[in-house]
Design a binder for this molecule. Structure first.
Ligand SMILES: [Zn+2]
Length: 273
């Protein structure tokens, strides 16, 4: 197996996961395909995707602008992203984020350092990418299958989630997962973000929730459970983490209960609680 592992879900949806843990989703319709996220940009994702898609027209989008989700954009010509995360696509910003991750890995997971060094050597020829602004509620029509996007600001100002009625699944990017990051400069407080998530719980007709970091399917009710969890977070019950950030990052966690995860956590800064 190479750097990417490919898992087929629901017949016409694929989860393409990198060795470093993050994954992209590929949705196939009758007339076209949609790739959600492009990963860290290590390895030739384009080749893997083209092989699955065949000759169908491919549309590419980012759930948000973080470097582990938009790092491979330069393998594709046009990429949709929400206007609020557009600034994150600038080369300098992406480089600074990757640099932070490398320093963190060197310090906390030295055993992975040779792998990261190896991966940073590009194996494809980058092309000039033109971002397309993704409006709220944008629908990608793939022919017999429509993927709708909803703006869910929090993890980043321009985060979007994807809704697929065909598979009754919500694809959350990093907007909901068992270990949410809410420690960035523009992040809301956990309590503010709980309110944003309550909006998603009003959606009907969805049974599953899929996330970017991990090959797990959560029941849709995890969103409501997670919103309640965020309300319980307090600084007193949190621990300081080694996550590199301008301000110290704290983690509040609880056992995962019925959900398929090691624990449920939120990472935030003191100022944001
Ligand atoms: Zn992210």
């Amino acid at each position: 197996m190479g750097y990417f592992s490919i898992k087929k879900l629901d017949g016409t949806t694929y989860y393409i996961k990198e060795k470093l843990g993050v994954g992209c989703y590929l949705f196939l319709g009758e007339n076209g395909a949609l790739l959600s996220d492009t990963g860290n940009g290590y390895g030739d994702l384009r080749r893997v995707v083209d092989k699955i898609v065949g000759g169908k027209p491919l549309t590419v989008m980012n759930t948000h602008g973080h470097a582990d989700h938009a790092g491979g954009n330069d393998q594709f010509g046009r990429v949709y992203i929400h206007a609020n995360d557009l600034h994150m696509l600038e080369g300098e910003w992406q480089r600074s984020q990757r640099e932070k991750l490398t320093v963190y890995i060197k310090k906390n997971y030295p055993v992975l350092t040779p792998l990261v060094w190896f991966l940073t050597r590009k194996r494809y020829t980058p092309i000039a990418t033109k971002p397309d602004v993704l409006g709220n509620g944008h629908v990608f029509d793939l022919g017999g299958r429509q993927i709708e996007t909803i703006h869910v600001p929090g993890h980043s100002p321009g985060s979007v989630v994807l809704l697929d009625r065909q598979t009754k699944a919500l694809y959350a990017g990093d907007a909901v997962n068992p270990g949410l990051f809410l420690f960035f400069a523009e992040s809301p407080t956990p309590k503010e973000y709980a309110k944003v998530l309550r909006g998603l719980t009003q959606l009907s007709g969805y049974e599953k929730l899929r996330i970017s970091h991990g090959d797990i399917t959560l029941p849709f009710d995890f969103i409501a459970y997670y919103a309640d969890f965020l309300e319980r977070a307090t600084l007193e019950k949190s621990k300081l983490t080694p996550i590199p950030n301008e301000r110290p990052v704290y983690k509040y966690s609880e056992p995962a209960g019925k959900y398929p995860a090691k624990e449920i956590a939120v990472n935030f800064t003191k100022q944001e609680l």
